[in-house]
Design a protein around this ligand. Structure first.
Ligand code: HGY
Ligand code: MN
Ligand code: MN
Length: 333
């Protein structure tokens, strides 16, 4: 039974015959970053489909749902997990005002329906390849802050304005961007837009994104505060105006201990590792027990067309996921 909810999440259900059955959800996201690889997201959805296909003749004590979440990456609005947050009723007024597509809050479903959530995903890092292991089990998903910042100075003539008399917005942004590298956390500036953006005009305005992550929320928040203070000092020194807005703040999400031990068992005592990447499991963990399986990917490459996995590793994660569902079914027989 397939449906698309109000937040454009694609949901397939293998119904259980048990009255009042809850839902075991296997999912990941169908959206990607720009210039993405093939596996970040879609692999987890296809694995869920493959598990449902294998178990379609089983009478499970729960509905088995496969969910392809929308807009996990946040490419559209710089706010990640839109589809899963809409499903869980976690979108705030500011999110809803930001989003052009109205009515996505109607995707909300009662949390009591959800029994548990499993997600299989490429590791997007080099650890499993280094350990020469096909699978890993995630301990926690690193928290992240997404900031939109802008310096406004004064555009001017590139040839006649003395260097000491400029209010160059891009040079100010460059100071902050280089400082972000030295914060001791994972910090990335992926976007920078210069206005008016022509070669013989001093940039009057520079807008840039900041993506800051760390396994420790206090460390991440302290790093963001330190960078904000530095940016304000740069603005004062250079006579510019600074705008600084945290558009998304997601705390570190530990995975469910019991479900994680089930995954370790069915994945042959696979190594435990944290996830520096965000996943919808971070939101689903707020509503039900959630756990993740990682699949080795070549050289840890991701968010790039060279993303690749081995067929044997995908077969291994499909077997593990299938065993996990059957073990959960026994536990709820
Ligand atoms: O950005 C991330 O960590 C994930 O790809 N959404
Ligand atoms: Mn992903
Ligand atoms: Mn991604």
């Amino acid at each position: 039974e397939v449906r698309v909810d109000a937040a454009f999440n694609l949901i397939g259900r293998l119904p259980s015959r048990r009255r009042g059955a809850k839902c075991l959800v296997i999912g990941s996201h169908l959206d990607t970053v720009c210039n993405a690889g093939k596996y970040d997201g879609p692999l987890g959805v296809l694995l869920g489909l493959a598990v449902a296909e294998r178990l379609r003749r089983h009478s499970l004590p729960f509905h088995l749902e496969v969910v392809g979440f929308s807009d996990e990456e946040g490419v559209r609005y710089h706010t990640t997990y839109l589809g899963s947050r809409a499903m869980l009723g976690l979108l705030g007024r500011r999110d809803l005002n930001l989003i052009e597509e109205k009515g996505i809050e109607k995707a909300r479903r009662p949390r009591r329906e959800l029994l548990a959530y499993l997600e299989a995903h490429i590791e997007q890092g080099p650890v499993l390849q280094q350990k020469q292991r096909p699978l890993g089990v995630v301990t926690a998903i690193a928290g992240q802050t997404r900031i939109r910042a802008a310096f406004t100075g004064r555009a001017g003539h590139a040839g006649t304005t003395p260097m000491t008399m400029r209010q160059d917005a891009l040079c100010a942004a460059a100071e902050v961007i280089l400082a972000a590298e030295k914060l001791g956390v994972v910090a990335t500036v992926g976007q920078c837009v210069v206005h008016p953006g022509v070669s013989n005009v001093i940039p009057g305005r520079a807008t840039f994104s900041l993506d800051v992550r760390d396994a420790k929320d206090a460390k991440r928040k302290a790093a963001c505060a330190k960078l904000h203070r530095l940016a304000a000092a740069v603005a004062r020194r250079r006579g510019l105006r600074l705008e600084w807005r945290a558009e998304q703040e997601t705390p570190t999400a530990p995975m469910d201990a019991e479900l994680t031990s089930v995954l370790r068992r069915v994945a042959g005592q696979a190594p435990l590792l944290p996830s520096g990447a965000g996943h919808d499991a971070a939101e689903m963990a707020l509503a039900c027990p959630a756990a993740m399986l990682f699949v080795r990917c070549k050289d840890g490459i991701s968010h790039h067309p060279d993303e690749s996995v081995r067929v044997a590793d995908v077969a291994a994660v499909l077997d593990a996921l299938t065993r996990a569902v059957l073990e959960l079914a026994q536990g709820h027989a």
